[in-house]
Write a protein that binds this ligand. Sequence first.
Ligand code: PMP
Length: 432
Amino acid sequence: ASLDERTRALVDRREAVLSPGYRLFYAHPVEFVRGSGTKLYTRDGDEYLDVYNNVPSVGHAHPRVTAAIAEQSALLNTHTRYLHEGLIDYAELLLGSFPAALDTLTLVCTGSEANDLALRVATHATGHRGVIVTENAYHGVTTEIAAISPSLGGADSLADWVRPVRPPVGDGTAMLRDARAAIAELQAAGHGVAALIVDTAFASDGFIPPSPGTRAALVAVQRLVHDAGGLVIADEVQPGFGRLGIGGPGSGDGAASLWGFPRHGLEPDLVTIGKPMANGQPVAGLVARRALMQAFGERVRYFNTFAGTPVAVAAARATWDVLHEDRLPEHAAVVGTELRGMLDELATRHDRLRGVRGSGLYLGVDIVDPATGDPDSPAAVNLVGALRERRILISASGRDNAALKLRPPLPFSRADAERFITEFDAALSELG
Ligand code: PMP
């Protein structure tokens, strides 16, 4: 589609001043001026259904969150070196959702910073440097964390102290075998093992739901890492805060948790959180065992200017309150299961759809070549663009860039799910 004059002009101005590293979505870019709940609106008032954005987890422009930010901004905004009860209240509440051993919070501003700090703590605590990651993981943008994120550029971009392993698919034995080899290699190279880090939804590795096999494998890998003197970091930046649904079917005894790690049988030493934490304000954190942070704190002065300010905490607290009062994790389990059912039904009618999977409102589905069953990235990209024209926001990801990733704001309703399915059905039919 040729671009209208305003869009063309904005794209040109953007290209002239912004880093090319910032990618713009869509051949036909879209400009939003307003959001509400699960909807975004253009200047002309066109309404788009958001099936993409997990950060505004309690809904775009939630009035409780915006009011909390406005009220606190009008009163006071400083740093964490003065006493502020709001921060302490929030830390107590948040830590109450973790196993008792994970009892210490450090606030930061981004998921990348949280992972960077986790890794720094792990290298201090263990005296080792080596890191084990899953083979298509993404953990963030700092130099250190880009070097442990294979999805950014394949194995070539990884630091020499990083070893990628296959994710826990199937019976999980491939991961266990790879981890054993990785540990031996890191030890032989003199790096030792500082940490295993896993995204507990394994989103960029293709969404791997827990099963008895994957649980056994992850628990065994965790034991190998601990035996090698390393620590386990659970990256909950995307799956955390109830996105996987509470009380949903098939997620095991960890299903009562806001977090992904218990579903996999993991007992992490460090947990990183972020994205949905404050509904869009830059608030993230590291939750860890006290002894680790004690030892780190004795050697390192850690001050993060914008982290844990009264305004940041007000946004996080209001988000937490809405999440719980509106029972959004329970809602995610119910609507997520309905949406999965609708996708399963769609897959019976469209042989381009395979492998509907995920939990709560964090779902993935593969787009394949119907003739070969192979991942079909051009078709997935085409569908994302076709859905944009149908005013549905979604993205493609995964190692082959052929998996559609569904992770809407948590108030996503059954009616929203039906609207999405109607448009997806039509776009699939058009694609043929
Ligand atoms: N970990 C995971 C699993 C993520 O998905 C992301 C962001 N996509 C990050 C870490 C990095 O978070 P941020 O962009 O806030 O730095």
